[in-house]
Design a protein around this ligand. Structure first.
Ligand SMILES: [Zn+2]
Length: 353
């Protein structure tokens, strides 16, 4: 296990593919912060590390997760650019499975070594029986986190956005699932999904929302779609009322309508013609919006029908929702998260560069 954590380059494109190859972050339950008193033997160990740093010992210069070690701790320089060190400590000699992970700057190590600092912030699991300590609130715990389950997405989102009302939180969860589907599709097809499925005559006949079905656990429904027929053919009409719940963001929305839309434009993720690749996302995936919920607009979920930038601009001036009275539009971001935008800021978010 390693405690390496990316600090400076979170928004870099390559991280997207990495993070997507890994398990869903939704499976991890947030840990709560605690102050851990640094055990005496660890103080001694870190004092030795600091003297090695001062001596420019290679073990403190090269990136590693185990060049610095003794019988109860191992670690090394995790982030050479920012001089952060990661350590895995075994607090109980009789229990080799209990690990405490620490992620410390060089200056923090120096403060501990010199006695100026006696404790470190770490993160503990919600379950009091779990004795592991993590270096980050979203650290993965082999005891408590099940990477195969989607646990409490609503609760996680509520913690991240305490000021938003429950309806908006639900929209955020739906948006995140939709974007994760889009990302999975991109990984498999080496291209961001196109805004429509086209006929052999080059006519748009079905929405990207239909193309997304296999990637949002709706493989059976997708198999029943006549993908060479228009969205309103007799055969496809029979599926109108089977709209997946992620597209039904409001309980008062009548089937088969959805408020979930792509934004068609040469400068968004959804050009009218052609596809998108990661190199097109010049602004970074965390800052680029992929899909929106626009409550002032609705369409049949199977229909290749989406909004344009002027539609969004108009909506951003009209929408009003939430306890704060802010105009909020929820977007699923290209990095797999969901973000609430206030007013016209959404326009900037939609542009790829
Ligand atoms: Zn745990």
């Amino acid at each position: 296990m390693t405690v390496k954590r990316v600090i400076a380059s979170e928004h870099q494109r390559r991280d997207l593919e990495d993070s997507f190859a890994k398990d869903s972050p939704m499976a991890i339950v947030n840990k709560y912060p605690v102050d851990v008193e640094v055990p005496e033997r660890l103080v001694h160990f870190w004092r030795d590390v600091v003297s090695r740093i001062d001596a420019k010992d290679p073990s403190t210069i090269y990136e590693s997760d185990d060049l610095l070690q003794c019988e109860f701790v191992y670690g090394g320089l995790a982030d050479p650019d920012n001089r952060y060190f990661g350590f895995t400590y075994f607090p109980f000699d009789e229990d080799p499975d209990t690990e405490w992970e620490f992620f410390l700057s060089e200056s923090e190590l120096r403060r501990i070594a010199s006695g100026l600092q006696q404790s470190i912030q770490a993160f503990r699991c919600q379950d009091p029986r779990c004795l592991l300590m993590h270096s980050a609130p979203d650290g993965y715990c082999p005891n408590c986190d099940n990477v195969l389950d989607y646990v409490d997405e609503f609760g996680d989102m509520r913690k991240a956005y305490p000021a938003l009302d429950d309806v908006t939180i639900n929209v955020m969860v739906a948006m995140r699932r939709i974007v994760h589907g889009l990302l999975q599709s991109t990984t498999e097809n080496h291209e961001w999904p196109r805004h429509a499925i086209y006929s052999s005559n080059d006519e748009p006949i079905l929405s990207w929302r239909v193309g997304l079905l296999p990637y949002i656990d709706q493989v059976d429904l997708f198999r029943r779609v006549a993908v060479d027929e228009p969205w309103d053919s007799p055969s496809n009409r029979r599926l109108w009322n089977e709209m997946p719940s992620v597209f039904r963001t409001r309980s008062d929305l009548a089937l088969p309508d959805t408020h979930v839309t792509a934004v068609i434009d040469d400068n968004t993720m959804w050009p009218l013609r052609g596809g998108r690749h990661w190199r097109d996302v010049r602004k970074g995936t965390s800052y680029t919006a992929a899909v929106l919920e626009l409550t002032g607009w609705a369409t049949n979920w199977m229909r290749p029908d989406d909004v344009t930038l002027p539609d969004v601009l108009r909506a951003s001036r009209e929408e009003s929702r939430g306890a704060s009275g802010d105009n909020i539009i929820v977007a699923g971001m290209v990095d797999g998260n969901a973000t609430p935008f206030s007013g016209e800021a959404i326009i900037e978010g939609l542009l790829i560069g």
